[in-house]
Structures are given as structure tokens and as C-alpha cells.
Write a protein that binds this ligand. Structure first.
Ligand code: SAM
Length: 225
């Protein structure tokens, strides 16, 4: 089976265009990730996990142009696209790594963000990832991520997928695009219910967790150390 890394390597030059036709209310999702960051959190070090071609990194730069931003992705080719996009930004550093094995120094980030990436790892790996993220944050640091989630039962989940298909076609996805995402989903996606994420984040030691936005299967989850 093709790995998630080679899937994104192959998709890298077309990714930015294809994702905008696939994720309903993508701009609103990103906007909400930043809207709920407390005004008194002035992050000087930020990590973007599973940065892809840099759609979230671009927003981070808009809100926090002075911050040191580390962007991390497993796919070498997709990172090259991001490197091209932020060539003129000396405060953006690219790291090729698997977020299941990051070895981040403890207490090093004020803010860790991720958009539509964590569902690529199975639940036992998510448990470890949430612990690593909690350790890597400074005291009171924030972890905010947007991702696809599963329904609490199979009926809701199936309806999520059919609503997603309706919305993706309205955004301009073709049947070929849709078949490609569905094949990718069967091979590399591990959707998990929102309630599981909230409970697992609490178990990882986050003192406050909340879901701050949701549309169909896309959720934005907020956790403070
Ligand atoms: C759907 S893209 C999202 C990219 C970007 N955050 C955005 O919003 O456009 C998912 C990204 O996660 C990366 N990814 C998947 N599994 C990963 C892992 N285990 N470690 C690091 N990156 C991973 C993929 O290479 C891909 O670039």
C-alpha cells in the first residue's frame, strides 16, 4: 500500500488547489483557530504540525509576523512547496519529520497548531502525540487543531461522508477528485469522534479542553496546558 508520505509527495504541486475544493468552509475553520487564542498570549515560538504546502503557516504569519515558526511535515516534496512559498521569511523553519517521533524539547512552544493532519495517525499514536505536545508546550501554552472527525455512531459517520460529498462538489471537486480522496481515506485516514479527542487531551494533562467550532465532520479543538 502507498504510504501517506508518498501520497503527499505525489500530490504536492496540486495540493493547494485540490484542498480548497475539498474542505467546506476552510477559510472559516482557519479563522476560528485564531479567534479563540487569548489576546494576552503573545506567542514567540509556534509549531505547525503537518504543515503541507503552508496554508496554516500563511495564517500564522498574518497573526504573528514576529514569531519563530517551525513547520513540520513527513513529506519531503510537500515541504519543498512550503519552502518556496516562504522563501522570503527567515523566521519560518522547515522540519521533515514524522509527528509520531518528534522528540521535541520540553517547554519549548507557546502555541502548537495543526490543520487537517492528525487524522492520518491511528488512535494509539494520537494518545502519544497529545502527551508529546503537552510536554513540548510552555506553562499555559495552547494546542489548537482542526481536523476531520468521526460520528459517534456509524449512521452519523456515513451521513457526514455524504454531506461532505455534496459540499465538495459544490466547491468544484470532480468525481475523479472525490474518488482520489476516498481511496486516500480508506488507506490512510483514522477519523475519531470529538468526545474521544477531548477525553484523551484531558488524560494527556491539558487542564482545559473544548470544541470551539464544528461543521459536518470538521472540528476545531482547543486545549490549554
Ligand atoms: C491534508 S494535509 C494538511 C496540510 C495543511 N495543514 C493544510 O491545512 O493545508 C495533511 C498533511 O499532514 C502530513 N502528515 C501526515 N502524516 C504525518 C505524520 N505522521 N507526520 C508528519 N506529517 C504528516 C501530510 O504529509 C500532509 O502534508
Amino acid at each position: 500500500m502507498e504510504s501517506v508520505e508518498s501520497f503527499y509527495d505525489e500530490l504536492s504541486s496540486r495540493y493547494t488547489e485540490l484542498i480548497s475544493k475539498c474542505v467546506p468552509r476552510y477559510g472559516e475553520l482557519m479563522y476560528n483557530m485564531f479567534h479563540y487564542i487569548p489576546a494576552d498570549l503573545k506567542p514567540s515560538r509556534i509549531l505547525d504540525l503537518g504543515c503541507g504546502t503552508g496554508n496554516l503557516t500563511e495564517q500564522i504569519l498574518k497573526y504573528y509576523p514576529e514569531a519563530e515558526i517551525d513547520t513540520l511535515d513527513i513529506s519531503e516534496d510537500i515541504l519543498k512547496e512550503s519552502q518556496k512559498r516562504f522563501m522570503a521569511q527567515p523566521n519560518v523553519r522547515h522540519i521533515q519529520a514524522d509527528f509520531r517521533h518528534m522528540h521535541l524539547p520540553p517547554g519549548s512552544y507557546d502555541l502548537i497548531l495543526s490543520s487537517i493532519a492528525i487524522h492520518h495517525i491511528p488512535d494509539p499514536d494520537k494518545i502519544n502525540l497529545y502527551r508529546d505536545i503537552q510536554q513540548a508546550l510552555k506553562p499555559n501554552g495552547l494546542f489548537i487543531f482542526a481536523d476531520q472527525t468521526r460520528g459517534i455512531n456509524e449512521e452519523i459517520y456515513k451521513k457526514h461522508i455524504s454531506r461532505w460529498k455534496e459540499e465538495a462538489f459544490k466547491l468544484g471537486s470532480t468525481q475523479e477528485n472525490w474518488d482520489m480522496w476516498m481511496q486516500h481515506q480508506d488507506a490512510h485516514d483514522f477519523h475519531t469522534p470529538v468526545s474521544w479527542h477531548l477525553k484523551t487531551l484531558e488524560q494527556a494533562g491539558f487542564k482545559e479542553v473544548d470544541i470551539i467550532w464544528k461543521n459536518i465532520m470538521w472540528a476545531v479543538i482547543w486545549a490549554q496546558k
